[in-house]
Design a binder for this molecule. Structure first.
Ligand SMILES: *Cc1c(COP(=O)(O)O)cnc(C)c1O
Length: 412
């Protein structure tokens, strides 16, 4: 939903240069239509198969976005008590929340139980014991899935690959039957699912399909052993294209592959997509501050930095950078860098791109997932505002931080 009309870059029917002028830069802008289209692509593709789409909150946890997805019927995959708080604040239904993560604290488990979430995706036996004890204290039954580690290579960046036996996540799939068997001693736990999530930004479906086959085989074994397994949680991880010409599987094709495998089992399916719902739905607006040359290198210094969008620095991620007003000048080869005092502060390196000059606005594309949520106040930079576009209207869904926000809670 981001495109040029004549030479102006638009989000839906909003001209982004006008928006940038009004809200200032840096600023995140999201397309509500793109988010809902992606969400519906998932729900439509599942159609009659019993399913829950638990949007992975960590990809983009803005309340307005959670509220929009909750209204569309989404459940949520959370990885902390803070994310549960956000989901509830946005009007999300706790009975559609699954709680993932390798280090849940007792306080988080208690909060989740008292809120009435649907299930815990457990990653160790000690965690099962904690949830059982907490559920006993509260007089509740807790549903759980064990997150199994299927030992498949998601073939993605090492920091976001999670399904190999060397990773901290899950319980080795070979050990899972014994763990489910021992979990029977926990009187306040119900083994109603099996879960896995092998990584993020996955562009080749075969590792996910391999994992699904392994998880499905395990679920069938567990059922014959008398465990009340009712659903499979197949995680998230579908990638999005970041570079021109890069291809990501369509959501419909991804789901079709899952359906074909799972349908005969009669199990309900939960999936936890994050990036594939919000990634392409957001951009980071920035403005060129300076141009400079050091020796052979030409730099474009912009007002957004690694504290606003860390993906290029952290994962060497590629984000296209395009001008909000196209002009016919030949492209240049530059490093696009921010004001943060680190050589690692760059948005692009050795990039052939539009020859933007001081004062010109740029859009850093495909920044809707793992963008704002990973932003920080490093260098005491106030965090950017977030704006949600809906057709020809837009509204600020998170205000730009002020200097007083920067020191809130500090004591001398
Ligand atoms: C991060 C995460 C997701 C979402 O991954 P995406 O690549 O954004 O779809 C889903 N499930 C779990 C357990 C996660 O940690």
């Amino acid at each position: 939903m981001f495109a040029y009309s004549h030479n102006d870059y638009y989000c839906e029917q909003v001209a982004l240069a006008d928006l940038a002028h009004r809200v200032g830069t840096p600023a995140y802008v999201y397309s509500s239509a793109e988010i809902l289209t992606n969400y519906r692509a998932y729900s439509d593709a599942f159609a009659d198969l019993p399913h829950t789409i638990c949007y992975a909150v960590k990809a983009n946890s803005s309340l307005a976005i959670l509220a929009m997805l909750a209204k569309a019927g989404a459940g949520f995959d959370i990885v902390s008590g803070g994310e549960l708080y956000r989901v509830l604040a946005a009007g999300g239904d706790p009975s559609k929340v699954v709680f993932s993560g390798v280090g849940k604290t007792a306080a988080e488990v208690e909060y989740a139980l008292t809120s009435g979430i649907r299930a815990f995706n457990c990653e160790s036996e000690a965690e099962l014991a904690l949830i059982d004890a907490m559920a006993a204290r509260l007089g509740k039954q807790a549903s759980f899935s064990i997150r199994v580690n299927p030992d498949v290579d998601a073939a993605t960046h090492p920091y976001i690959s999670t399904g190999l036996s060397q990773h901290k996540f899950g319980i080795a799939i070979a050990d899972a039957p014994a763990v489910y068997a021992r979990a029977r001693q926990f009187r306040h736990l119900v083994a109603e699912g099996v879960s896995c999530h092998i990584g993020s930004q996955i562009l080749d479906l075969s590792p996910i399909q391999e994992a699904v086959d392994k998880v499905l085989a395990l679920a069938n074994t567990l059922r014959t052993e008398g465990h009340p397994i009712r659903h499979l949680d197949l995680g998230g991880g579908l990638g999005v294209p970041y570079r021109p010409g890069e291809n990501a599987p369509a959501i419909a094709d991804f789901v079709k592959g899952l359906r074909e495998r799972v349908q005969a089992s009669g199990l309900a399916v939960t999936i936890e997509p994050g990036r594939s719902i919000v990634g392409a739905a957001g951009i980071l607006l920035t403005r060129v501050l300076y141009r400079k040359r050091n020796g052979e290198k030409e730099f474009m210094v912009v007002d957004a930095a690694m504290n606003d969008l860390i993906r290029p620095s952290l994962y060497r991620a590629h984000h296209e950078i395009v001008p909000l007003r196209r002009n016919p000048v030949p492209p240049v080869m530059v490093d696009v860098v921010g004001p943060v005092c680190e050589t690692g502060d760059f948005l692009a390196r050795d990039r052939e791109m539009a020859n933007a000059m001081p004062g010109d606005y740029l859009a850093v594309c495909t920044a809707g997932a793992y963008g704002f949520v990973q932003s920080s106040n490093y260098n005491s930079r106030p965090r950017a505002p977030e704006v949600l576009v809906e057709g020809d209207t837009w509204r600020v869904i998170r205000e730009r931080e002020s200097y007083s926000d920067l020191v809130r809670g500090e004591l001398i």
